[in-house]
Design a protein around this ligand. Structure first.
Ligand SMILES: [Cu+2]
Length: 153
């Protein structure tokens, strides 16, 4: 019994050290938001979701107190014009991952309550069909030189 208790503690310690990995097996890596320019009212957040669990899951919503509304978007190129489309959900099968990155899927932050300054951070809640709510913290980063987009338009 003692050994079992020790093992349990060891597991708990390991779980706590893993990067934002929940019991559900959902791992969020490199959660970040792009710093806004001037008084831009909207922003974009990016991250990678890995489903280490044994069941298929699906991301259905995102929310943060930093913005009036958060939406799941994807960017498409239509005849040389980049357009954004809302996504109702993002399926992530067991063992698979989904990457939100500039020029592709992103979490659109609409109606920011204040400008996003590089170096700052704020919470984000992701809602999954199977795993439920998963909390993470977005770090605000300066956009890279090649990152042009996902601006609303
Ligand atoms: Cu968007």
């Amino acid at each position: 019994m003692r050994f079992l208790a020790f093992l349990t503690m060891l597991c708990l310690a390991f779980a706590a050290s893993a990067q934002a990995q929940t019991n559900s097996g959902i791992e969020i890596s490199h959660p970040r938001a792009r710093a806004t320019v001037g008084t831009a009212a909207n922003g974009a957040a990016y991250l990678k979701i890995v489903n280490h669990g044994a069941r298929d899951d699906s991301l259905t919503a995102a929310s943060t107190p930093a913005a009036a509304k958060s939406e799941l978007h994807t960017s498409l190129n239509e005849n040389g014009v980049t357009k954004m489309r809302p996504l109702a959900e993002v399926p992530i099968k067991a063992g698979a991952s989904a990457e939100f990155k500039p020029g592709g899927m992103h979490i659109m932050l609409l109606g920011l309550k204040q400008p996003l300054k590089a170096g700052g951070g704020f919470p984000l809640t992701l809602t999954f069909k199977a795993a439920g709510a998963v909390e993470t913290t977005l770090t605000v980063e300066k956009p890279s030189g090649t990152d042009m987009g996902d601006m609303p338009g």
